[in-house]
Design a protein around this ligand. Structure first.
Ligand SMILES: Nc1nc2c(ncn2[C@@H]2O[C@H](COP(=O)(O)OP(=O)(O)OP(=O)(O)O)[C@@H](O)[C@H]2O)c(=O)[nH]1
Ligand SMILES: [Mg+2]
Length: 279
């Protein structure tokens, strides 16, 4: 198992999806998009590699939610063959990188430094990271956006990961359930469509998923009923928008993305409720 760690927004989930060749983890420009550890499975002729995506380290460690996310990542690190430390050379190294370094201190597994976003025009902080190269078994430039460097990364990992029985059957690309993947795709759209506000206090529940048989004028569709829970009424109003405009937008973008990822027609019904326990 190879665990991907790094500051929030470094591009861990983008990299995971590119490695697997399918969206198994959601991606947004907002911090701490990933909330759970998610396995992405790569089936290579020389063996299976399981990559673990983790919540990124974020500087406002004071809130309970951020603490919980950091703890989840630390737990994932305890049980790992190789650490993939993904860094973002487009951003100045800062307190978030210091938190990652702190979490890695006690980990004795081999580690690879992945210098990300190699497609970006300017990577002014790449030199800083090259200066740290001696603390790692290998250093690679990678891009989740273009796929550059990924074949080399997989080759390196196959050398470092101990051989064993494959954990997953050849048809699996992730350990998440279908309902979890559906909920995540809706949460991704909540993050993407909800202006600048960071929608931490959002939860998505899947209430029903059923195949709706074809009718005379409609093909077969997957009917999904879901609820987005907002932390308070103000945020609920924001998610609904004027005359329901925002929820309509979230629903339509989610529906299209679900169709793309699931490869079938989708009918989506979406409610927005308040859950006061979301802090
Ligand atoms: N140019 C470029 N942008 C990237 C690349 N990878 C990710 N991004 C962008 O960086 C932002 C964050 O990407 P994510 O994959 O969600 O980052 P993450 O490390 O999983 O973030 P958290 O889940 O919040 O920890 C998004 O806006 C991506 O489009 C890359 O290889 N090149
Ligand atoms: Mg992520």
């Amino acid at each position: 198992m190879a665990v991907l760690v790094g500051r929030t927004n470094a591009g861990k989930s983008t990299l995971l999806n590119a490695l697997v060749g399918r969206k198994v983890s959601i991606v947004t420009p907002k911090p701490q998009t990933t909330r759970d550890t998610i396995h992405g499975i790569v089936h290579h002729p020389k063996g299976q590699v399981v990559f673990v995506d983790t919540p990124g380290f974020f500087h406002t460690r004071g809130t309970r939610m951020v603490q919980e996310l950091h703890d989840r990542t630390r737990e994932a690190l305890a049980d790992v063959d190789v650490v993939l430390h993904l860094v973002d050379p487009t951003r100045e190294p800062g307190p978030e990188d210091a938190l990652v370094a702190e979490a890695l201190k006690a980990i004795t597994s081999p580690r690879i430094l992945c210098i990300g976003k190699s497609d970006a025009h300017e990577r002014p902080h790449r030199r800083h990271w090259m200066g740290q190269a001696l603390s790692y078994q290998a250093v690679l430039d990678v891009s989740g956006a273009t796929g550059s460097g990924l074949a080399a990364l997989i080759e390196k990992l196959i050398l470092l990961v101990p051989e064993g029985e494959p954990l997953y059957p050849p048809s699996d690309t992730t350990n998440s359930t279908r309902d979890f993947q559906i909920a995540e795709i809706i949460r991704e759209q909540v993050y993407l469509q909800a202006s600048d506000e960071v929608p931490y206090r959002t939860k998505v529940s899947i209430d029903k998923v059923e195949v709706m048989p074809a009718t005379r004028d409609r093909p077969e569709r997957l009917g999904i009923d879901a609820t987005v829970f907002a932390g308070d009424e103000r945020y609920q109003r924001m998610l609904i928008g004027k005359g329901g405009a925002r929820v309509k937008q979230i629903r339509e973008f989610s529906r299209r993305e679900l169709q793309r990822v699931l490869g079938q027609k989708v009918a989506l019904s979406l409610d927005i409720h308040v859950d006061g326990s979301l802090t």
